[in-house]
Design a protein around this ligand. Structure first.
Ligand code: RFL
Ligand code: PHB
Length: 392
């Protein structure tokens, strides 16, 4: 098989890139190792920056997002028995964020892709990228029990944190930076209307909790738990009791309970792979970087990478200029490190340190009090959360 841009991975990064290239008249193909059902059900992100919504609109993939997405104007911070609202439009000159599940973005993009191309192969597992330094890099993959090859002008690794594209980067010129946090998140989906209009980030001695949502009738909630936690040790009653205790604030507020339909544990990690390009192989999304979910940045970063990359490949295709392809890694990494810093700061400020000392706790409270007391500090949080501008 032969294509111009071979894309490994049919998550949000790979699917959106395929859409943007297709609209620019660039030939591409997507290889996805899992089944369609699996990728459409994988529960993950939900909070979209304005730039992510704009990118999906540009790709012609925002019909349902515009109809069903929930526009949010702020978040609530809860700590030390207090609640404080961070008002995004007032602090950022009008920016908002939107709640729309990653599962729905993936469904929308797959439907478009299967309707009018480019080709998307499920259960097509990439095994290796060969000759990335050459003019014609090759992806070796397994599909329907046979080993096959896809010869490309460019290969893009959108194959997530466990992908294989990174393995084709030479160790001498690659560097990885990683940080593991001493806690995980237990996430649940529940068939119950959210107990709040906006997301609540709650810090307390029992640990962090987050109240998010998927729709007017489905809630998404998270609890900080120790690494290695087995979801089986958390029967529904225990989850709700713990959430209620962590969000408890005053008699006016109660957490509504309902049937839990999904439960899973995710470890928290920061990871950056530099550079994001080697020869004719480029990385985008979780394949190149992971952030802990506290700042809601992972999916948004993946979309930003893909926007920059689609513009770069389009310019190359139309004018022959490799200027934007050459600056791709550097321009993405500047934004990636800012999101890595913000996610790290939010995570450290809101989670209980296992065996944390009293000094750590006072530092967390001092940070939170600075944000709630100073318009300047709140504006800094709002600017990062709602999304820093995309430098192109
Ligand atoms: P994905 O979504 O992991 O997709 C990669 C795809 O590549 C496929 N693949 C392969 N295909 C072929 N051959 C191979 N050898 C392959 N190896 C892998 C995989 O099957 C998969 O389909 O990466 P992508 O596209 O870069 O997207 C990144 C996002 O999924 C991720 O950053 C976010 O989900 C992170 N995240 C959040 N991000 C936000 O912006 N806002 C949020 O509110 C938010 N909340 C979250 C999150 C992630 C979470 N978890 C579970 C990690 C909440 C959670 C709990
Ligand atoms: C979610 O809705 O899944 C979500 C929202 C905000 C976060 C993380 C996850 O910070």
């Amino acid at each position: 098989m032969r294509t111009t841009v071979g894309i490994i991975g049919g998550g949000p990064a790979g699917l959106l890139l395929a859409r943007l290239l297709h609209r620019a008249g660039i030939d591409c193909a997507v290889l996805e190792s899992r089944t369609r059902e699996y990728v459409e059900q994988r529960q993950r992100a939900g909070m979209l920056e304005q730039g992510t919504v704009d990118a999906l609109r540009e790709a012609g993939a925002a019909g349902r997002l515009d109809a069903e997405g929930l526009v949010h104007h702020g978040i609530e911070l809860r700590f030390a028995g207090e609640r404080h609202r961070i008002d995004f439009p007032a602090l950022t000159g009008g920016r908002t964020v939107t709640i729309y599940a990653q599962t729905e973005i993936v469904k929308d993009l797959i439907e478009l892709q299967l309707a009018d191309g480019p080709p998307l192969f499920f259960e097509a597992e990439a095994l290796a990228v060969e000759k990335p330094e050459s003019e014609r890099p090759v992806v070796r993959f397994r599909h329907e029990g046979r080993e096959r090859t896809l010869t490309c002008d460019w290969v893009v690794g959108c194959d997530g944190s466990h992908g294989i594209a990174r393995d084709a980067f030479p160790t001498e010129t690659s560097r990885t930076y990683a940080h593991d946090y001493p806690y995980s998140w237990l996430g649940i989906l529940a068939d119950v209307p959210p107990s709040c209009d906006e997301l609540i980030y709650a810090r307390g001695e029992r640990g962090f909790a987050l109240h998010s949502m998927r729709s007017a009738s489905v809630s998404r909630l998270y609890l900080q738990v120790p690494n290695g936690t087995d979801p089986g040790d958390w029967p529904d009653e225990r989850v709700w009791d713990e959430l209620a205790a962590r969000f408890a604030i005053d008699a006016d507020w109660t957490l509504d309970r309902g049937p839990i339909t999904a439960k899973s544990v995710t470890p928290m990690r920061s990871y950056v792979h530099e550079p994001m390009r080697h020869g004719r192989l480029l990385l985008a999304g979780d394949a190149a970087h992971i952030v802990p979910p506290t700042g809601a940045k992972g999916l948004n970063l993946a979309v930003s990478d893909v926007r920059v990359l689609a513009r770069a490949l389009t310019e190359l295709h139309r004018t022959g200029s490799a200027r934007l392809v050459d600056s791709y890694s550097e321009s993405c990494l500047a934004r990636v490190w800012q999101a890595t810093r913000f996610s790290y700061d939010m995570t450290r400020m809101l989670h209980a340190q296992p065996n944390g000392d009293a000094f750590d706790q006072r530092m967390q409270l001092a940070r939170l009090r600075r944000i709630t007391a100073s318009r300047h500090a709140a504006a800094e949080l709002a600017a990062n959360y709602s999304g820093l501008p995309l430098a192109l």
